[in-house]
Ligand binder design. Structure first.
Ligand code: ADP
Ligand code: ZN
Length: 604
C-alpha cells in the first residue's frame, strides 16, 4: 500500500478515495497548481490536507469562514495532525499563542482568514516559514462575477507575490460555471493547473418546483409528509425565518430560526442543535450552511426563489449527503423575482467597486436571475437544466424530478422483469445485455444456438416485445440493483439478492415511462380518487358550510358533485364551474376553499 492510501486509512479512517481526490493530490505532490471543482460534500478538504502532510514545510489554507476553519482545525487536531488558525475574531492572547505555534514550524497546516493575509506580523512570519503550498478554499469568492464575491479574497494574489518563493497554489470550489473557473485561474495566476471537475449530478436528490398559492400551508404539508426527519428551510429575509419558525412550531413541528442578525453565540448554539439532531428543522437565510457537516438532511425547501442557480445548487445540495433519497423543493412566487430585481438595483455593499464595476455586476446578476427564472418556469427535466447550467450534458428525462414525474407514469413491469430475471438464471449468468435481449426475443443466431441458449425455457419468451422495451426494463433492473454487471471473465449480467423476491415472491417492479402531461395527470387522478381523505375533507367542509347557512348539506353540493370533484380534481374556477350543478350556487369564497382543499391532494 502506498503512503497516500496508508494515510487515508490510518489517519483519516477511510478505505477509498472518492472520485478525483487522488488525481488532485498527485498533482499537488508533483508540484503543480490545481483547480479542483467538486460539488459540496465531495471531499475537497482531504485533498489539500493530505497533500499538506506529504509535502515538506507548511501549507497555508485560506478560507472565508471562521467557524469552518475552527471546525477543520479541531478535526485535524483530533486525528493528530498539527494545525492552527489565525483570524480577526481571536483575542490578542489566542492570536499570540497561535503565532507562536505557527512560527515554531511544527504546524503542517495554518488556516488563515483572507483579511489577515497582509497583516504586518503575519508578513514577518512568512519571510522565514517554508511555505510549500497555499490552498484557497471556496475559491469562487475571488471572482466578482461569481455568486459569493468577497473583496478580501482580492488580497490573495498580492500576498502570493509578497512571498520569497512562489508556493504551489491550489484552488477549490464547489460551484463554478466555466466563466467563473476561468476567472479563478486568472485572478490567482494559477500556472497551467491540473483542472479537475467532477460530476455535478446528485442522483439521490429529487428536485421539484412548485408555484405557490398558499406558501405557508404548502410548506407545512410538505414537512408533515416527510415525517420526523431533518431538513432545512431557506427564506429570503431574516424576518421571514423567524415568522416561519414560529409558524412551524405552532403547528407541532420543532423548528428554529437562524440568520446573520442573531448573536454569534446564539447562532452557534442553534446550529449545533440542528447538527446534533436535537432540532429537526432549521429555518434559515442563506447565511446558514457553509461548512455544515450533517449528512442526513432529508429535505431542503426554498421558501422563495434564490437569486441564482449556483446558490440554489449549493443550498439544495446540503440535502442527502449520505447518498439516500432526499427532497429539494422550491416554492416559488412571482413576487420573488421582483424582490431580487429590487436588490440588484440597490447600491452595492462594497464601496471599493468603481462605477463601471457596479454596472457590470448588475448586468451579471440580472443574467443570473434570468437563468433561475428559466429554471422555475421550465417544463423540462430539472436535473438536466441544472447540469447543463454547469456545463455538463445530461439526458432530457431523469424520471425522478418533479417535472419528469409530471410527464410520466409508473408502469407495473413485474411480469416482464420476472421473465428477464429468470432468463438470467437459465443462462447461468453468462450473458451480457445484448445477448439476453436476443434470447428473450427468440433470435436463432449462431452464437445463441451454439451456446445452447436456444434450448432454455426462456428462449423467445418475450418475442411480442420490442428490443427497445426489453432494453428499457433491463436498464432499470441494473440501475435499481436487481441485476449487477460483472466483468469477469467477460461482461455479463448477474442476479443480485434483490432479484429473489421478484422471482419467487412476486414482489412488484415498476418503472417510470414517459407519457403526455394529460396522460400523467389522468394517472395521478385515478390514484387520488382512491384516496378517501379528500372525499372526507370535502364532506366535512360541506357540513360546516351547510351549518353556517342553516341549510341541508345537499344544498351546498350533492353527493354526485362530490364524487365528481374527487374524480376530476378541478384546478381552477372554470373547471369547477363545469362540475357544479345549476342549483349549486357557491359563492366565491366557498369555491376558493373547495379548490384549496383539492389542491392539497394534487400537489402531494
Ligand atoms: P467539501 O469540502 O467538498 O464540501 P468535505 O471535505 O467537507 O467536503 O467532505 C465531506 C465529507 O466527506 C466529510 O465528512 C469527509 O470526512 C468525507 N470524506 C471525504 N473524503 C472521503 C473519502 N475518501 N471517503 C469517505 N469519506 C470521505
Ligand atoms: Zn428530470
Amino acid at each position: 500500500m502506498d503512503l497516500k492510501h496508508r494515510l487515508l486509512r490510518e489517519t483519516f479512517g477511510y478505505t477509498e478515495f472518492r472520485p478525483g481526490q487522488q488525481k488532485l493530490i498527485d498533482a499537488m505532490l508533483s508540484g503543480r497548481d490545481v483547480l479542483g471543482v467538486m460539488p459540496t460534500g465531495a471531499g475537497k478538504s482531504i485533498c489539500y490536507q493530505m497533500s499538506a502532510m506529504l509535502l515538506p514545510g507548511v501549507t497555508l489554507v485560506i478560507s472565508p469562514l471562521i467557524s469552518l476553519m475552527q471546525d477543520q482545525v479541531a478535526a485535524l487536531q483530533r486525528i493528530g495532525i498539527s494545525a492552527c488558525l489565525l483570524n480577526s475574531a481571536q483575542t490578542l492572547q489566542e492570536r499570540q499563542s497561535a503565532m507562536r505555534l505557527a512560527s515554531s514550524g511544527r504546524c503542517k497546516l495554518i488556516y488563515i482568514a483572507p483579511e489577515r493575509l497582509l497583516a504586518p506580523e503575519f508578513g514577518d512570519l512568512m519571510t522565514y516559514l517554508p511555505i510549500s503550498m497555499v490552498a484557497v478554499d471556496e475559491a469562487h469568492c475571488i471572482s466578482q462575477w461569481g455568486h459569493d464575491f468577497r473583496p478580501s479574497y482580492r488580497k490573495i494574489p498580492q500576498f502570493l507575490q509578497s512571498l520569497p518563493k512562489r508556493p504551489i497554489v491550489s484552488a477549490f470550489t464547489a460551484t463554478a460555471t466555466a466563466q467563473v473557473r476561468e476567472d479563478i485561474v486568472r485572478a490567482l495566476h494559477l500556472q497551467s493547473p491540473e483542472r479537475l471537475v467532477t460530476s455535478f449530478d446528485r442522483p439521490n436528490l429529487h428536485y421539484e418546483v412548485r408555484r405557490v398559492y398558499d406558501r405557508e400551508a404548502q410548506l407545512l404539508r410538505f414537512i408533515q409528509k416527510q415525517g420526523n426527519v431533518s431538513g432545512i428551510v431557506y427564506c429570503l429575509t431574516r424576518k421571514k425565518t423567524e415568522e416561519m419558525a414560529r409558524y412551524l412550531c405552532d403547528n407541532d413541528i420543532h423548528a428554529v430560526a437562524y440568520h446573520a442578525g442573531m448573536e454569534s453565540m446564539v447562532r452557534r448554539a442553534v446550529q449545533q442543535r440542528f447538527v446534533s439532531g436535537n432540532v429537526p428543522v432549521i429555518v434559515a437565510t442563506n447565511a446558514f450552511g457553509m461548512g455544515i457537516d450533517k449528512s442526513d438532511v432529508r429535505f431542503v425547501v426554498h421558501f422563495g426563489m434564490p437569486r441564482d442557480i449556483e446558490s440554489y445548487y449549493q443550498e439544495a445540495g446540503r440535502a442527502g449527503r449520505d447518498g439516500a433519497l432526499a427532497h429539494c423543493l422550491l416554492l416559488f412566487d412571482e413576487k420573488d423575482i421582483d424582490f431580487h430585481e429590487y436588490l440588484i438595483r440597490q447600491d452595492p455593499e462594497n464601496p471599493a467597486l468603481t462605477e463601471e464595476e457596479v454596472e457590470w455586476l448588475r448586468k451579471k446578476n440580472m443574467t443570473r436571475l434570468r437563468e433561475i427564472k428559466r429554471y422555475v418556469f421550465t417544463d423540462g427535466c430539472l436535473r438536466q437544466y441544472i447540469l447543463q447550467y454547469f456545463g455538463q450534458t445530461a439526458p432530457d428525462f431523469c424520471g425522478q424530478c418533479g417535472n419528469c414525474e409530471a410527464s410520466s407514469m409508473e408502469k407495473d413491469v413485474t411480469t416482464a422483469a420476472q421473465k428477464l430475471l429468470s432468463c438470467v438464471y437459465r443462462v447461468r449468468e453468462q450473458c451480457n445485455a445484448d445477448m439476453l435481449c436476443r434470447i428473450l426475443l427468440g433470435e436463432k443466431e449462431r452464437d445463441i444456438v451454439e451456446a445452447g441458449y436456444a434450448a432454455v425455457s426462456t428462449f423467445g419468451i418475450m418475442k411480442d416485445s420490442t428490443q427497445k422495451e426489453i432494453m428499457t426494463i433491463l436498464q432499470h433492473l441494473v440501475s435499481f440493483g436487481y441485476l449487477v454487471q460483472q466483468d469477469n471473465p467477460y461482461p455479463r449480467l448477474c442476479l443480485s439478492a434483490k432479484a429473489k423476491p421478484v422471482l419467487f415472491h412476486g414482489e412488484k417492479v415498476a418503472i417510470r415511462i414517459r407519457v403526455s402531461p394529460q396522460e400523467a395527470r389522468l394517472a395521478r387522478q385515478s390514484n387520488s380518487s382512491e384516496n378517501p381523505d379528500l372525499s372526507k375533507e370535502l364532506r366535512e367542509y360541506r357540513k360546516r358550510a351547510a351549518t353556517l347557512r342553516g341549510v341541508p348539506a345537499f344544498v351546498v353540493f350533492s353527493d354526485r358533485t362530490l364524487e365528481e370533484l374527487v374524480k376530476n380534481l378541478p384546478q381552477n374556477e372554470i373547471q369547477l364551474a363545469g362540475i357544479l350543478r345549476k342549483r349549486e350556487q357557491l359563492n366565491e369564497r366557498n369555491q376558493k376553499k373547495i379548490l384549496e382543499i383539492i389542491r392539497k391532494y394534487i400537489d402531494c
